[in-house]
Design a protein around this ligand. Structure first.
Ligand code: UD1
Ligand code: CA
Length: 469
């Protein structure tokens, strides 16, 4: 969804702070929520707003943050400006002034507040209307630590920081979320006039409210009721809490579409999941990247499924791991996978294929009705229809330098514990005897056995243990 705005939007994302409480080498804004760095969530929201550009204020960890946000593939134009040293939120936004065009509306966000919804920001932008200062506020049962919204009657007069507030002001439970929308032209003039005469000797962005009031510019508050949308991440505990809140919302969105989740509290989606009708997902499954599940697909407990499309009626039994990475994985209609199966990039399984426990498939196609039910490896193989691939068999696809293909034509039966040394073709309808190491291609319809002949010695006496001296 991309939203239209009457004024060009510039998003300024503050991301220079230290994040001491994360106790991590990784800068806070690069910590991941649902598999995506916090600052990327904010950039994605900015893109949904159809912002003209995003300016990221960097400082602590800039050498890690900047390459991430400037990497190709962002959905909007991103630039970084450094804030060195960090003298407060007002000082942070001052650094962006030279790159902000005068004709825009600036939306100020924080790189560590990942779950603000585009609709909320859109409503804030509408309140700004291109000529007012609009603050996103929320009422909290415990407002301590936040800037308080001081009103006279209805009109907002100031934001007073916790450390500067009087006892009476500290009782105010409407707080500033850290998010505002403001015309660039006005913001610039106010930022030129703020000072650091306060309890923290910082340049407070929030002081622009007083200046707006002094200039006779209307200050409006857009108050929301959902604390998750303005929650910042300062510690591992807060990161985990927001992750769960986000996952629960995703779970509810899927259930609203009809997906049956056994337990929405034990569901994780780190990417995009598209589900047709009557999909059932048991507990503790993790979906990553782009995954699609066809009608009636059932996913058992404890599966990890990434970058994969699963066709209608397929059943993924518990403890299956699928990761298509860049090549993808496809599972055909009515296929049965697992338990304990592993599908790797380029596994393309046709309808009604069966993959059983401890079977690994990589860069291989298996046509309709083929089965590899136990303890096997298929790599770089092309498998025809109705093939039965025995327990413990493998394709030896790698000669230490190059990979080679194994072709198993339709209706082949590979016994147990076979090694198919690629490149090799097993002709249609052929049979390979158990324990064979096949190094030469075989004719259609043939039986191939390549192992030591059995020797049996009649009435053979086993050695006996010697009595101890
Ligand atoms: C700020 C607000 C407060 C509001 C709260 C909401 C000010 C003065 N106060 O307080 O009214 O209730 O957010 O969470 O703005 N940052 C920089 N450079 C700096 C300082 C901060 O980039 O010099 C970044 C931080 O990395 C963070 C964001 O700005 O992403 C907010 O800074 P933080 O210190 O968390 O603000 P608070 O003091 O909590
Ligand atoms: Ca601070």
């Amino acid at each position: 969804m991309r939203l239209k705005n009457p004024h060009p939007i510039e998003v300024v994302i503050m991301a220079a702070g230290k994040g001491t409480r994360m106790k991590s080498r990784l800068p806070k804004v690069l910590q991941r929520l649902a598999g995506v760095p916090l600052v990327q969530h904010v950039l994605n929201t900015a893109a949904q707003l159809n912002a003209r550009s995003a300016v990221v204020i960097t400082g602590h960890g800039a050498e890690q943050v900047e390459p991430w946000v400037l990497a190709p593939g962002q959905a909007l134009a991103v630039q970084c400006v450094r804030q060195e040293p960090q003298l407060g939120t007002g000082h942070a936004v001052q650094q962006a002034v030279p790159v902000l065009p005068d004709d825009g509306v600036v939306v100020i966000l924080s790189g560590d507040v990942p779950l603000t919804e585009a609709d909320t920001l859109q409503a804030l932008i509408a309140q700004c209307g291109g000529d007012k200062l609009a603050l996103l506020t929320i009422r909290l049962p415990d407002p301590s630590g936040y800037g308080r919204i001081v009103r006279q009657g209805d009109a907002v007069q100031a934001i007073v920081e916790q450390k500067d507030a009087t006892d009476a002001q500290r009782l105010i439970n409407e707080v500033y979320s850290g998010i505002m929308a403001v015309p660039a032209r006005l913001l610039k003039s106010w930022l030129g006039r703020i000072d650091n005469r306060n309890a923290q000797n910082e340049y407070y962005l929030t002081d622009v409210v007083k200046l707006a009031v002094a200039d006779g510019v209307a200050v409006v508050a857009h108050t929301i009721g959902d604390p998750v949308q303005v929650a910042g991440v300062n510690s591992p505990v807060q990161l985990a809490e927001l992750e769960r809140a986000h996952q629960l919302r995703q779970a509810h969105r899927l259930m609203a579409q009809g997906v049956r989740l056994t337990d929405p509290a034990r569901f994780d989606l780190r990417g995009q999941l598209d589900c047709a009708q009557d999909v059932e997902i048991d507990v503790n499954c993790i979906f990553e990247g782009k995954v699609s599940l066809g009608e009636g697909v059932k996913v058992g407990a404890n599966c990890v499924i990434a970058n994969c499309s699963i066709a209608a009626g397929a059943v993924i039994h518990p403890f299956t791991h699928i990761d298509g990475e860049k090549l993808g994985v496809s599972v055909g209609e009515g296929a049965l996978i697992g338990p304990f199966a592993r599908l790797r990039p380029g596994a393309q399984l046709g309808a009604e294929v069966h993959i059983g426990n401890f079977v690994e498939v990589k860069n291989s196609t298996m046509a309709k009705g083929s089965k590899a039910n136990h303890l096997a490896y298929l790599g770089d193989a092309t498998v025809g229809e109705r093939v039965n691939y025995g327990a413990g068999s493998i394709t030896a696809n790698y000669d230490g330098a190059n990979k080679h293909r194994t072709v198993i034509e339709a209706d082949v039966h590979i016994g147990s514990n076979c090694v198919l040394v690629a490149p090799v073709t097993i002709g249609a309808g052929g049979t390979v005897g158990g324990g064979s190491t096949i190094t030469k291609s075989t004719e259609p319809g043939s039986l191939s056995v390549a192992r030591g002949k059995q020797v049996s010695i009649a009435n053979w006496a086993r050695p006996k243990k010697q009595p101890k001296a």
